[in-house]
Design a protein around this ligand. Structure first.
Ligand SMILES: [Zn+2]
Length: 475
């Protein structure tokens, strides 16, 4: 019997369950050199695999203990398998404005001021194409779930443009409806031309939740309420956003305590630290996560731990903008949920998730010593940590009942040579690897290093043409 015939026979057998009810498509992953489960016991299994039905995992274990066939069989000898990485902070449209000369060497506020006028010319087509490019980059680096924080909507752009891209490429997506409402004439940072009316923001956010938000287990799409930052929206919008989010049971996201100027702005405008301001607005709880928190003070860390408020740690961006080193070790010891984020591509300027895991480890060590973060802890932050921050318990680990989201890395690449005594540590310590396979909800989205859902060449060509238009328009 050939492999196809075997698979076909299994498909016939598999379509009838024990009680005769129809079953979904099955997938068998077998012979992975090492499989990282991130389950309760943090098991790492040798010569192991997964048995998947439809979009969820049914069994995890040594190859010998799994079913022998399925509709689709992936033989992953020579590979390391991990739960799909979770990206908790991004601005995908910024993939169009990487390494812009005027913004290359500035800190946060100067960097933003240089870029707002470039972003003012964004179009719906640019949002869609840049989201595809950004997601391709994430998928090829092991990320299977991403949030995106879109907070600028010029020229008819809508969050629907990002959502359409996510559906096309097949990524699990938390689409954040960002916003800016306080322009320069009202003491905010953004130019008046790129801010929206608060009533319009709330109305559109409600429309998006009602149209797209899926609160079910294994949801591929969730909507998040996400005013941009304390220095670009009013207190009222922050409060009303929290009320709207809680009315629908969706999560809240914003930027907080990013650098020392951010702290100074908060003290001057609100007479409070960012953490005090967040608490005052009702922006704490398991349904809230804040990006950066580089300058979160001790009482802030205690508040976040007490309330289960999450943090999206973005090490590359923090280094790029010289914002400082987030006290991740201290946060985790206190019990703050911490996930990992690549942040927007204008302040990273990459969205390679394995590279971000590595930088998280390296940066904590620069700040707090060689035992500040282990390779396995960095991986845990990027998987389980991200899932907790996004308020999900169906992703981030490979265990029965979890979503079938995983990434496989080929351990036979030169960049891993000499490190195979510990392939799990090798993934974090060695140079960042691209994936061989990415599977999301039981669907193979990357196979042998290539996207299956999209012809990437023409997308990148279009992306670069639009990036040039945007760059030229602002010169
Ligand atoms: Zn950001």
């Amino acid at each position: 019997m050939t492999m196809e015939q075997q698979n076909g026979a299994a498909a016939q057998a598999g379509r009838q369950g024990a009680a005769g009810e129809p079953r979904g498509k099955t997938m068998l992953v077998r012979h992975a050199d090492v499989l990282v489960t991130m389950d309760g016991a943090r098991r790492e299994l040798s010569d192991a695999g997964l048995y998947i039905e439809d979009n969820r995992i049914v069994a995890v274990g040594p190859t010998a203990e799994l079913p022998q066939t399925a509709d689709e069989v992936l033989d992953l000898r020579g590979h390391l398998v991990i739960p799909g990485l979770v990206n908790t902070h991004h601005h995908m449209y910024q993939s169009l404005t990487r390494a812009i000369p005027a913004a290359q060497d500035a800190e946060l506020f100067g960097w933003l001021t240089s870029l707002y006028r470039v972003w003012a010319n964004l179009t719906p087509e640019m949002i869609e194409v840049s989201t595809l490019t950004a997601m391709a980059e994430l998928l090829l680096s092991g990320c299977t779930t991403s949030s995106d924080h879109l907070y600028i909507y010029p020229n008819g752009s809508r969050l629907d443009d990002s959502i359409a891209a996510a559906r096309r490429i097949g990524m699990r997506f938390h689409a954040s409806r960002g916003s800016m409402s306080v322009g320069q004439k009202d003491g905010g940072l953004p130019p008046d031309a790129v801010v929206e009316r608060e009533a319009d923001i709330l109305k559109d956010t409600q429309r998006l939740i009602e149209t797209y938000h899926d609160d079910g287990r294994y949801a591929m799409l969730r909507v998040v309420v996400a005013p941009c930052s304390p220095f670009s929206v009013s207190r009222e919008l922050m409060r009303e956003s929290a009320a709207l989010a809680r009315q629908y049971g969706v999560s809240l996201h914003t930027h907080l305590a990013e650098n020392v100027s951010d702290i100074a702005y908060s003290r001057e405008k609100f007479g409070m630290t960012p953490a005090e301001y967040a608490e005052d607005l009702g922006w704490v709880g398991r349904d809230v996560w804040h990006a950066h928190c580089v300058q979160l003070d001790e009482p802030g860390i205690a508040l976040f731990a007490r309330t289960g408020t999450g943090v999206a740690h973005c090490p590359c961006s923090n280094m790029r903008l010289a914002s400082g080193i987030a006290p991740v070790r201290k946060m985790r010891l206190a019990g703050v949920p911490v996930g990992l984020g690549v942040d927007g591509s204008a302040s990273n300027d990459g969205a390679q998730m394995v590279a971000e895991v590595r930088q998280a480890l390296l940066l904590q060590r620069v700040g707090f010593g060689p035992d500040a973060m282990t390779a396995r802890e960095a991986l845990e932050i990027a998987t389980l940590g991200g899932a907790t921050v996004l308020n999900r318990d169906d992703i981030g680990a490979l265990a029965p009942g979890m979503a079938a989201d995983f990434a496989a890395f080929d351990l036979r690449q030169p960049l891993f040579a000499g490190a195979l005594h510990d392939p799990v540590a090798a993934l974090v310590f060695c140079a960042p690897s691209q994936v061989a396979y990415s599977v999301i909800g039981g669907k193979v989205v990357v196979r042998e290093g290539r996207l299956t859902t999209l012809d990437l060449g023409p997308v990148i060509e279009r992306h670069n043409r639009l990036a040039k238009v945007l760059f030229e328009a602002a010169r």
